[in-house]
Design a protein around this ligand. Structure first.
Ligand code: BTN
Length: 250
């Protein structure tokens, strides 16, 4: 069931309430303390986009395989945008990009019981009808900017939830290879060479080669060597914006 509420701190906090059950979704018009990844906040003007959290209980899934849950959530947004004719890609781990611009982000939080997941919250923000953004945001876009039309937000949200439950059904059915293949095929920068910043500040040119089942990003550096990175060990750079022409890359 979709619970549409006026306001909360963060739908991920609200979703922790025990009254929400497996399959429920909390959709808030306004979050006073919306949270993003890496400790960032997620600001969203009222009435233009959707911010929601889905509550799922993948008790069958070992915590060591939690990246499959990330794949489920990311694919649900890409699938939905595709149904509206918008070709989106997944910027590892789970940002949703249209071209070089971010259209959706997600914050996934898990509670564990023993070695397995117990309750997982997929908190997702999708830019739908917003066409003007705070200039401090690096590279935002929206479904409206990507397509030149506006959308009924409830209809979009219902599709997002349908696609989430369909991808979750694949996870429940043990269709790991399908999820891994579909995520891989939709990765941003798959097979094309671009700059990346590493944890030591150095910049390399590399090609996204894929992602390991455990979630590490596989990058083929332009010297031919293959490297694996954990979240926070590598940053995607955009030519021209993040790297002045002629920036040396090793
Ligand atoms: C990011 O890209 O940094 C992640 C953004 C996640 C935003 C969503 S909006 C709904 C849910 N509630 C939150 O506080 N955050 C997530």
């Amino acid at each position: 069931m979709i619970y549409h509420i006026q306001q909360t701190t963060s739908t991920n906090d609200e979703a922790r309430d025990a009254r929400y059950r497996h399959g429920d979704v909390v959709w808030a018009e306004w979050q006073s303390a919306g949270r993003g990844q890496r400790g960032h906040s997620w600001l969203c003007p009222e009435g233009l986009n959707v911010t929601y959290s889905a509550i799922l209980e993948p008790t069958f899934l070992p915590a060591t395989e939690q990246f499959l849950f990330t794949e489920v959530a990311a694919l649900s947004v890409v699938d939905t945008l595709g149904e509206y004719g918008i070709e989106a890609r997944i910027k590892w781990t789970n940002d949703i990009y249209v071209g070089d611009r971010k259209c959706a982000g997600m914050l996934i939080e898990h509670d564990l019981r023993g070695a397995n997941l117990a309750r997982s919250i997929a908190g997702i923000g999708v830019n739908i009808n917003q066409t003007e953004f705070d200039p401090s945001l690096p590279n935002p876009t929206s479904m409206a900017l990507a397509s030149g039309r506006t959308f009924d937000r409830r209809e979009v949200l219902e599709r997002l939830v349908d696609r989430l439950m369909a991808r979750y059904a694949q996870l429940e059915a043990g269709e790991r290879e399908t999820l891994q293949r579909d995520y891989h095929e939709r990765m941003y920068r798959l097979g094309t060479c671009h700059p990346f910043r590493l944890a030591d500040g150095s910049i390399v040119r590399a090609t996204v080669e894929g992602v390991r089942p455990t979630g590490e990003l596989q990058l083929r550096h332009d010297d031919g060597t293959l490297h694996e990175y954990l979240f926070r060990q590598v940053e995607f750079l955009i030519e021209g914006r993040d790297t002045p022409a002629g920036t040396p890359a090793r």
